[in-house]
Write a protein that binds this ligand. Structure first.
Ligand SMILES: CC(C)(COP(=O)(O)OP(=O)(O)OC[C@H]1O[C@@H](n2cnc3c(N)ncnc32)[C@H](O)[C@@H]1OP(=O)(O)O)[C@@H](O)C(=O)NCCC(=O)NCCS
Length: 195
């Protein structure tokens, strides 16, 4: 069974087949498609995408559960669709540098935004990726008008490294220095991993 990671406000669980219908529903929203740079998919394509994300060794994806929405107790291995509010991914897509990972975050459910879930999910994902894949630099691509996302990543210490005029998109990076890793562990607190 794949890994789940429990934090204070969120629990990161593997992207399972049971999550696909709700995920697909989210990705009908043009604003979310634009903010995440995604293409609309049919439900069938979304099932294929879920499989590809779980099988590709260069990708790690988690569904974000809002702890406040979990009915009764969290059970590792259960999808807890009732509490799914978004996803967080990394993609080790730099051919020249396998320890560089691009990170993506989405808190799709509006009722769960602004509660610190996005920030905690990114911090947990980066800590997990550092520990398990020895990632030394994280990269994020953000539309220049996405002020919320820019603020989230800048506050974590990401700095702009390039700008694409064609896509109106900024690339920001965060190197994993010893002091940054220490700070991340302090911020994320006690992370419980189930495997
Ligand atoms: C960007 C996104 C993930 C933020 O998630 P969230 O859970 O609402 O954010 P958090 O509550 O964790 O807040 C993290 C930081 O974001 C910023 N932020 C959050 N809500 C904000 C708002 N309404 N206005 C301005 N800044 C805001 C703040 O800097 C905040 O840090 P602070 O609480 O220390 O001030 C969410 O808005 C989202 O999924 N948007 C659509 C998809 C997207 O844009 N993904 C990113 C693609 S690069």
């Amino acid at each position: 069974m794949k890994v789940s990671v429990e934090g204070e406000k969120v629990i990161l669980v593997p992207y399972m087949r049971e999550h696909v219908p709700k995920y697909h529903e989210w990705m009908q929203d043009p604003l979310l498609l634009q903010a995440t740079g995604s293409e609309p998919l049919t439900l069938e394509q979304e099932y294929e995408m879920q499989l590809s994300w779980t099988q590709d060794p260069l990708k790690q994806t988690f569904i974000v559960l809002d702890r406040e929405l979990i009915v009764e107790n969290f059970i590792h291995g259960e999808p807890h669709v009732e509490a799914m509010v978004g996803d967080v991914n990394i993609y080790m897509n730099d051919l020249d540098d396998p320890q560089m990972a691009e990170v993506e975050i989405m808190i799709a459910e509006l009722k769960s935004r602004g509660k610190g879930l996005g920030k905690e999910s990114v911090l947990m994902m980066m800590t997990f990726a550092f520990d398990n894949f020895k990632i030394h630099t994280f990269r994020v691509k953000i539309g220049e008008l996405n002020h919320v996302s820019l603020s989230l990543f800048q506050k974590l210490g990401f700095k702009e490294t390039s700008y694409s005029k064609i896509f109106n998109e900024m690339t920001l990076e965060l190197p994993m220095t010893e002091s940054k890793i220490f700070e991340m562990r302090q911020l994320v607190g006690n992370m419980v991993t189930h495997s």
